[in-house]
Design a protein around this ligand. Structure first.
Ligand SMILES: Nc1ncnc2c1ncn2[C@@H]1O[C@H](COP(=O)(O)OP(=O)(O)OP(=O)(O)O)[C@@H](O)[C@H]1O
Ligand SMILES: [Mg+2]
Length: 265
């Protein structure tokens, strides 16, 4: 097992807390250690705090209680070593594909030649060759998500955060994007935290699956899939009986906990 990269230590989040009002509790006492290079998929009922959990790592939000650390340092705010890909890719419509991918590198003041070289590499890696000069509004959903993924990975993040990144895509495109993510991860060696509602997606991508309870989210189940060789054998996920058993276990964990509450998002 690699070294720990990301750590949640007794983390709770309350929204709208004031001196008189405790506010709305989104996460409750999350303790989590993610190893360098690990891919952790997070499932749980709608509104249980999955996005909140990613936002803490992204630095968009601070924990009300506890600590979130990357490489032993408290997350104080957003930074290029932690990149987020959302369900709806928010691309810059006034820039073309290359311009979108290069944007963060330009902001960081990297040398022009290096920006060009890195951008071209990601255009190629993510299958966007020939579309370098297309504006985002002329791209399909899957292509937009390729740009969004490139834009984050080109900066060389240690942690890639993905919030239901493929759920707006059709099944075939979703599968293509999952395959692409596996390839890119092997290439870029970053740690991934991915939120999904799709159990098969988690079974395909994860080294470890975490299931959160209904709000306030707590970790109620955890499945270690390290060493399970099904990454490049998608059909086995559907066919193998241990995968079917895992599928059932996750669904039971998610649905039992969502039926206990009325607030799902
Ligand atoms: N900025 C905010 N201010 C107040 N409440 C918030 C805020 N963001 C989220 N919440 C609340 O916190 C809870 C957790 O929200 P969160 O978005 O983390 O859930 P989620 O698990 O990502 O849901 P979904 O699966 O629907 O995306 C919800 O009840 C939500 O209404
Ligand atoms: Mg969410």
């Amino acid at each position: 097992m690699n070294e720990a990269l990301l750590q949640f230590d007794h983390v709770s989040v309350y929204y709208g807390q004031t001196a008189e009002d405790k506010g709305l509790q989104a996460l409750s006492d999350i303790n989590l250690t993610v190893a360098d290079g690990e891919c952790v998929c997070i499932l749980g009922p709608s509104g249980c705090g999955k996005s909140t959990l990613l936002n803490l790592v992204a630095g968009f939000l601070r924990p009300t209680e506890g600590r979130v650390t990357v490489d032993g340092t408290d997350v104080q705010g957003p930074g290029p070593e932690r990149g987020m890909v959302f369900q709806e890719p928010a691309l810059y419509n006034w820039l073309d594909v290359s311009g979108n991918i290069a944007f963060g590198l330009k902001m960081r003041g990297l040398p022009v030649a290096e920006i060009k070289e890195k951008t071209a590499r990601f255009v190629e890696l993510t299958g966007l060759s020939g579309f370098e000069h297309f504006p985002p509004y002329e791209l399909s959903g899957g292509m937009k998500q390729r740009v969004a993924l490139s834009r984050v990975l080109v900066g060389g993040p240690r942690v890639l955060l993905m919030d239901e990144p493929f759920s707006a895509l059709d099944p075939a495109t979703r599968q293509e994007m999952q395959d692409l993510l596996v390839t890119l991860r092997d290439d870029n060696r970053c740690t991934v935290l991915l939120v999904t509602h799709d159990v098969n997606e988690a079974l395909f991508l994860a080294d470890r699956i975490l299931v959160l309870s209904a709000r306030p989210g707590r970790v109620i189940d955890e499945m270690d899939l390290h060493g399970t060789v099904f990454r490049d054998r998608r059909s086995e996920i559907i066919e193998r009986s241990d995968m079917t058993a895992l599928h059932r276990r996750i669904m039971t964990a998610v649905t039992n906990h969502s039926s206990q509450r009325g607030d799902y998002g």
